[in-house]
Ligand binder design. Structure first.
Ligand code: NAP
Length: 289
């Protein structure tokens, strides 16, 4: 298939690489051209100077940029991906963004004779590099079937969550769950350290029981060692929790734990920790001591 990939960041760069390695014909676009040039040296494919040019001959266009405003720019801007695409082109967005912007882009796509699915991902940089992402999709079964061979290049699980927008809602649930787990893990690790338990032994024991989690196994020990310069940056998590809080308000429900976690992240960002991993939440306990 002719596939375009727009946004070669931490996630997009390796994802586009997997599509190329699987034998699809790939054209990439990145706002800063150097990354697109580097990508073309590493993988088979070409780069275009605008999203519009990247998308004009594609069967499927994949996007992975930062937030709602970035999406509006790369899709609807004067050089945006919707400008010259062929009728029937399927657009798939992997950005973590609002359900509203997904619906807005879907509407604009339909008016132009294109398909659109929101398809945020979970699994982080390692998941993208190793091609084992989880993809939560809002769209139709027929569009998903059409996209499956491309999504399979970098995903180990792809699930249809309902109509357009529901992929983003599912990703919000993912982030709410991560915030809650990290909040409990922070208190648990701090409690264990203060009581003098051996953390590696504790993690190795608890991971087999009902309190086991990805966060416990992968972040329990590093949290205890104050190692945070890796992983998923809290700047991104704050953006994601903001989406959750806005959606909760729209639905008329309260998510107080998520709100408290987000306030802690805001305070940590103000301390200059914005690029540190989400497990740095444990440091928020210092201020509450
Ligand atoms: N990193 C993770 O672990 C992770 C995990 C799951 C989901 N996500 C989500 O995936 C998305 C991308 O994350 P990332 O870590 O790949 O981010 P990133 O490394 O900061 O890359 C963002 C990409 O978007 C491009 N971009 C941003 N604004 C743009 C605009 N207005 N016009 C054109 N291009 C624009 C950037 O171009 P430049 O290179 O020119 O800046 C870059 O290619 C985010 O929504 C994030 O929340 C990330």
């Amino acid at each position: 298939m002719k596939v375009s990939f727009i946004g070669l960041g931490t996630m997009g760069y390796p994802m586009a690489g997997h599509v190329s390695k699987a034998g699809h014909s790939v054209v990439v676009y990145n706002r800063s051209t150097q990354k697109a040039q580097n990508w073309c040296k590493e993988y088979q494919g070409a780069f275009s100077s605008t999203p519009a040019l990247a998308a004009q001959d594609a069967d499927i266009v994949l996007t992975c940029v930062g937030n709602d405003d970035d999406l509006r720019a790369v899709y609807l801007g004067p050089d945006g991906a919707f400008q010259h695409a062929k009728t029937g082109t399927l657009f798939i967005d992997h950005t973590t963004a609002s359900a509203e912007v997904a619906k807005e882009l879907h509407q604009a796509a339909q008016e132009r004779g294109f398909g659109f699915m929101d398809a945020p991902v979970s699994g982080g940089q390692a998941g993208a590099v190793n091609g084992v992402l989880t993809v939560m999709i809002g769209g139709t079964i027929s569009d998903l079937e059409r996209a499956q061979p491309v999504l399979d290049c970098y995903a180990k699980a792809t699930s249809l969550m309902g109509p357009v927008g529901n992929g983003q809602i599912a990703k919000m649930v993912n982030q709410i769950l991560i915030g809650g787990v990290l909040s409990g893990l922070s208190e648990g690790i701090r409690f264990a350290q203060t009581a003098g338990l051996d953390i590696p032994t504790l993690v190795d024991t608890l991971k087999h029981g009902a309190a086991g989690s990805w966060q416990l196994e992968n972040r329990g020990e590093t949290m205890a060692k104050n190692e945070f310069d890796f992983g998923f940056a809290i700047e991104w998590m704050h953006k994601d929790l903001g989406l959750c809080l806005a959606q909760a308000e729209k639905m008329g429900i309260k998510i107080p734990l998520t709100q408290a976690v987000d306030q802690d992240y805001q305070a940590l960002i103000a301390e200059g920790r914005g690029r540190q991993d989400t497990s740095v939440l444990v440091k928020a306990l210092d201020k509450k001591a």
